[in-house]
Write a protein that binds this ligand. Sequence first.
Ligand SMILES: *[C@@H]1O[C@H](CO)[C@@H](O)[C@H](O)[C@H]1NC(C)=O
Ligand SMILES: *[C@@H]1O[C@H](CO)[C@@H](O)[C@H](O)[C@H]1NC(C)=O
Ligand SMILES: *[C@@H]1O[C@H](CO)[C@@H](O)[C@H](O)[C@H]1NC(C)=O
Length: 361
Amino acid sequence: MFKCVLLYVNLFLILAPYVSMADYNRTTLGYPAGLMSICPGSTKPATIPKSQLKYLSFVVQGNGRSRYKYSYWNAKNIANDPRINFKRKTLLVAIGYLDSPNLPISAMFANEYEDRGYNVILVDNQRFATVHYHLATRLMRPVGKHVAEVLAQLTQYGLDPSTLEILGFSLGCHTAGFIAKHFQTFTGRNISSITALEPSGPCFRYLGPKDRLDASDADFVQVIHTNIDGYGMATPMGHVDIYVNGGEYQPSDISIYPCTTTCSHFRILPIWISALKNPRKFIAMKCRDIQQARDAQCYGNVPLETIVMGLGIDRRKRGIFYLATTMEYPFYLGTKGLKEEYVYWKRMTNINSGNETEIYT
Ligand SMILES: *[C@@H]1O[C@H](CO)[C@@H](O)[C@H](O)[C@H]1NC(C)=O
Ligand SMILES: *[C@@H]1O[C@H](CO)[C@@H](O)[C@H](O)[C@H]1NC(C)=O
Ligand SMILES: *[C@@H]1O[C@H](CO)[C@@H](O)[C@H](O)[C@H]1NC(C)=O
């Protein structure tokens, strides 16, 4: 993961951020517009030639961490894999930019879900996610289509869409959206749920629901935001959108070194692992709009509506939610998180509330 983080940092330092303020609307989009808002040409149609489809593969994990890899061409055999039992729930993992099922992020999630009794299938589209970021965002569309073909085929061998969930991180959230949209086209059915961890904002900020993840993609879409102006995206894209500590900037446990973009973007990973391990502890409160969530001003809302983030989330709820966390693992505040005195943001603003200045030398 460290190498992956470095690549991320380098890439975004080299590419000058292009922030458009043209469609600026503080109420509906949140302020400001964010990193790499528009990537010209990124919605041009893209296809993957047949000869390249061998690079799209599926890693099945089960039976105590055992793994087996199928290519796109023989993926229907997944149905006969001894690690798979379609009477259980199935998790499909959509990897992020520059990621691979062999790197620690996917393995971490695969293990957690396997331990919870899921069939786990990791989409290995590394080949298509390890090109220039702008091109990768385009390639995720045909990747989504071909993954959906495989899933549609598996429904003929016992996979029930109502037990199928997709987990995506960053760029993988939009891949999940493309998979789900094509799955609807092929089968007329919905995937049960998508959990979108920090959907990536660069190149997607101004795109409409057809060109990115959207609530209409599945029966239930849960989205969690941790860096909305940087690598993430402010726009609500799910039935429920949770803005962690306002969604933009996560608390750091090192006092003078803030948790800026990369740190805040990746913070979602240990938060979701903690939410899996502590299923009732991440309690978020409903906000009127994104700006209210960003400003941590949802405490006074009457009536106070709450939601518990995680696998057991109440799928009937809708809207925008604010979640307060602590600075370090396991992050949760439980019901304390509903009280304003625990808001991390308050302590940040208090730094400048007095007249003293502390000089570090
Ligand atoms: C922003 O959007 C809101 C809600 O659609 C609308 O009421 C408001 O007029 C818009 N503001 C600007 C500056 O366009
Ligand atoms: C699929 O999910 C969307 C969004 O939740 C919903 O509007 C639509 O009716 C669902 N379609 C089917 C066929 O269930
Ligand atoms: C800050 O300085 C102003 C002007 O000197 C003074 O009126 C105010 O009381 C001070 N505030 C605090 C918190 O010390």
